[in-house]
Design a protein. Structure first.
Length: 86
C-alpha cells in the first residue's frame, strides 16, 4: 500500500535535496525543517561533509507516502444495521 501511495507522490525533486530545496518544496523556511527534525517530525539528512547535508529524493518521497497513508480515514462501513443489533 505504501508503494502505491509513493508512486502517486512522485515528485520533481532532484536526486539529492538540500535544506533550501526541501524548504522550498514544502513552502516553509529552513528553520521550520530544522524544527521538524528536532521534533522527530521529519527525517534527518545524510551528512556528506562538515557543511554538506542532503536528503535522497527517495527518503522525502517515502516520508510523504507515510504521512499520506497515516492521514487517510478508515473505510466507511456500508452496513446500516445499528451496532446494538449486531
Amino acid at each position: 500500500m505504501a508503494d502505491e501511495v509513493a508512486a502517486r507522490l512522485r515528485t520533481d525533486l532532484p536526486d539529492s535535496c538540500s535544506y533550501n530545496v526541501v524548504a522550498s518544496f514544502f513552502g516553509v523556511t529552513t528553520m521550520t525543517i530544522r524544527r521538524w527534525i528536532a521534533q522527530d517530525r521529519f527525517p534527518k539528512p545524510v551528512t556528506y561533509g562538515p557543511r554538506t547535508v542532503r536528503w535522497p529524493r527517495e527518503v522525502i518521497e517515502s516520508w510523504m507516502a507515510e504521512k499520506a497513508a497515516a492521514t487517510r480515514a478508515p473505510p466507511v462501513s456500508t452496513d446500516t444495521t445499528p451496532p446494538w443489533k449486531k
